[in-house]
Design a protein around this ligand. Structure first.
Ligand code: SAH
Ligand code: DHB
Ligand code: MG
Length: 219
């Protein structure tokens, strides 16, 4: 199979099953127009986040890495009326695009967008006593192990932690890699292996974003 086939099948699934709407499409279009990198989750992956949040009956969701807020909107839509998404973004220009996309989606009251380095904001969330039912880790990859440790500290029991980009075209099995992102996803898998508190799997994915994968952790 080629990337082109994966993309064609992704389009088929998206149109028939995922059924994203005008607001989600507008968020992507505005992100592209603003020059943001085209690295949002795919529609199918966004719907998976939404379904996992609904299955968990999540009321409080943490996202690390907002970009233009595409995944944020999927997650926020899974919440009951009193629910909240706290989403962390270090780049103020990405955050500005996200704020506008979230407003267009009518979700400004549901989303607490914090601008700053995640490793600075996460201790502040802990100090505020915040706890989450689902965490989506999707920021800089070298810090995935640190984000996972924070997600564990901030999780209610029985929570889900989902981590994007953990297969990296298969490079996750390259023991000799000196790429900090690969080292990050490898170290994360080693932490998982040693952690008796959690149950987890990593799913390989292909589609319009190529070959990658995500990890789902039950705390
Ligand atoms: N979750 C988004 C995509 C996120 S892309 C979606 O699927 O729609 C990764 C984002 O993480 C980028 O916007 C980048 O600026 C942000 N980021 C990178 N390093 C960060 C850090 N240290 N703290 C917070 N955000 C960071
Ligand atoms: C990159 C980041 C992502 O979160 C992603 O899903 C794909 C690519 C990147 O930084 O290249
Ligand atoms: Mg990602």
């Amino acid at each position: 199979m080629t990337d082109e086939q994966w993309s064609a099948v992704d389009r088929y699934i998206t149109e028939l099953v995922v059924q994203p709407d005008a607001v989600l499409n507008a968020a992507l279009e505005a992100s592209i127009a603003a020059g943001l990198p085209e690295i949002s989750v795919t529609p199918g992956q966004g719907k998976l986040l939404y379904l996992l949040a609904r299955t968990r009956h999540a009321k409080r969701i943490l996202e690390i890495g907002t970009l233009g807020g595409y995944s944020t909107i999927w997650l926020a839509r899974a919440l009951p009326s009193s629910g909240r998404v706290v989403t962390l973004e270090s780049d103020p220009s990405h955050a500005a695009v996200a704020r506008s996309n979230i407003a267009r989606a009518g979700l400004t009251e549901v989303v607490d967008l914090r601008v700053g380095l995640a490793l600075d904001v996460l201790p502040a969330l802990a100090a505020e006593g915040q706890r989450f039912d689902l965490t989506f880790i999707d920021a800089d990859k070298p810090n995935i192990p640190a984000y996972f440790e924070w997600a564990m500290k901030l999780s209610n029991p029985g929570s889900l932690i989902i981590v994007d980009n953990v297969v990296r075209g298969g490079a996750v099995i390259d023991k000799a890699s000196d790429d900090p992102s690969i080292r990050g996803v490898r170290r994360f898998h080693e932490l998982l292996a040693a952690d008796k508190r959690v149950s987890a799997t990593t799913i390989q994915t292909v589609g319009s974003k190529g070959y990658d994968g995500f990890t789902i952790v039950l705390t």
